[in-house]
Design a binder for this molecule. Structure first.
Ligand code: F0G
Length: 451
């Protein structure tokens, strides 16, 4: 491990250790909190030793035209800001990152906002944002000589881990909650060769069990408690700033589950600012599902001083998490940037997802909480129409096709959930048409369509 360039700093008590000293569960032996990767040299570099922002921006852009595998990765293209390996020869990459920042023209018009974008992390090799974190942490696993890697997952982490482990030639173990993950994700873990254990437990129970297992066997834990995951997941912040010509958006909106991603993106934007690559920070807001909203409750109850775990329920299964590991980090990001933490209902998620689908993009349900949350923030006056807003869409629409089909067939939401929103929902779900097999009947179905 390149201990000269990076250290692990405890988020709770500030203790510093080398990468090699980390416990198998990545918890601090002093206080039990999580670590984050810290680069002590950066703060001290002054004058000519300080990274030259102009040179870095030029280099990162140039790499997009290079034929090197490392340069094709939207994570390792920025490797000066993640010096976590002894040798970049250990990198395991599927050419992740470099995902599109799409203008959301229809939603922007409907909401009366000038500049609304979707950073679509579902356009990664395994269809979710997890790939950017997995390339980083899997490379560390390979460099440190592990044969086995493992994660607990609501689906996407397991898909990403299984794929990157296969590329690295490592064996992988997945613990998932039985019956509570989307088929697309489950099939990926199996397809890429992971030992896939479906347990009679929720995500939080799976993670607890895995924490015990990694203390008993030499298996490298790849959940987002592993701080190297977050180093990869910070890089979409760099891409967003680069795409906006090194300006940052006024507001970034991220779904919240285990709360690693919001923590990572906050770190990415903070580092850009500290190194002088951007002039300021965006506000970062986190949106949870109403049935899985422990951080919303914690911030409302005690400003994030403590978090009460809850039984989580939502059909956005990716964020069905009641005891999020990185809640302290995410709370700090929200508070430091002046963002908000809100929750949205099942119907609001379903509507937002259908609207994103009708833009020709689509996403999985957990990602759609961002648009649903933006509507609430606008209604409260927390976001103004003149602001530039970026929604982070975390997963591809094909991850959870059942959800989409259930919505369009009218079987997703019950009467209580849809109450008061029936017209809006009916307007969006007119796409699933059952009709006779005659030209007249099919043409009749087109009547009255505005698009
Ligand atoms: N969106 C999607 C599509 C996800 O898969 C997840 C988390 C999140 C949002 C929330 O991100 O946990 O960093 O706050 N999925 C994890 C998994 C837990 O196991 O795939 P977070």
């Amino acid at each position: 491990m390149n201990d000269n360039l990076h250290q692990l700093r405890c988020f709770g008590c500030g203790a510093r250790i080398s990468g090699a000293q980390a416990q198998p569960d990545f918890r601090c032996v002093e206080c039990g909190d999580l670590f984050e990767v810290d680069y002590p040299g950066w703060g001290q570099r002054k004058g000519p030793d300080r990274p030259n922002p102009g040179a870095l921006k030029w280099l990162w852009r140039e790499r997009r035209c290079s034929s090197e595998a490392l340069d094709h990765s939207g994570v390792w293209r920025f490797r000066e800001l993640l010096p976590i390996l002894d040798s970049f020869g250990n990198v395991v990459t599927l050419r992740e990152g470099n995902t599109p920042l799409y203008p959301l023209t229809r939603a922007a018009k409907a909401l009366g906002i000038d500049q609304l974008f979707a950073k679509h992390q579902g356009m990664n090799p395994t269809g979710s944002f997890k790939d950017t974190g997995m390339t980083a942490a899997m490379s560390v696993a390979r460099e440190r000589g592990f044969e086995w890697v493992a994660c607990a997952s609501t689906g996407n982490t397991s898909a990403a881990m299984a794929a990157y482990a296969a590329r690295a030639g490592l064996k992988s173990l997945v613990l998932i909650p039985e019956g509570k993950i989307a088929w697309g994700k489950l099939s990926q873990a199996m397809d890429y060769g992971a030992v896939t254990c479906q347990l009679k437990a929720d995500f939080d129970g799976c993670l607890r069990l895995l924490t015990q297992i990694v203390k008993e066997a030499p298996i490298y834990l790849l959940n987002s408690v592993n701080p190297y995951r977050l180093e990869g997941q910070k890089t979409p912040a760099f891409e967003i700033a680069e795409a906006l010509d090194w300006n940052v958006p006024d507001h970034l909106i991220v779904p919240g589950g285990n709360l690693g991603n919001s923590s990572a993106l906050g770190k990415g934007f903070r580092e850009l600012h500290e190194l002088g690559l951007t002039a300021r920070m965006p506000r970062i807001s986190v949106i949870q599902a109403a049935g899985a909203n422990p951080l919303v409750r914690s911030l409302a109850a005690n400003h994030g001083a403590s978090l009460e775990p809850m039984q989580a329920h939502t059909r956005a299964t990716a964020i069905r998490i009641g005891n999020p590991a990185s809640w302290r980090k995410a709370a700090r990001v929200i508070q430091d940037t002046g963002g908000w933490c809100l929750d949205v209902t099942e119907a609001e998620i379903a509507i937002a997802k259908a609207e994103l689908g009708s833009e020709g993009l689509g996403c999985e349900p957990a990602s759609a909480v961002t648009l649903a949350g933006l509507k609430k923030l606008l209604a409260r006056g927390a976001v103004s129409p003149a602001e530039t807003v970026v929604l982070v869409l975390t997963g591809h629409t094909l991850k959870d096709a059942d959800y989409t089909i259930d919505f369009h067939r009218g079987t997703l939401l019950n009467a209580d959930e849809s109450a008061g929103l029936e017209t809006e929902i009916d307007g969006l779900r007119r796409n699933a048409v059952a009709t006779d097999a005659t030209p007249a009947a099919v043409l009749a179905a087109l009547k009255g369509r505005t698009r």
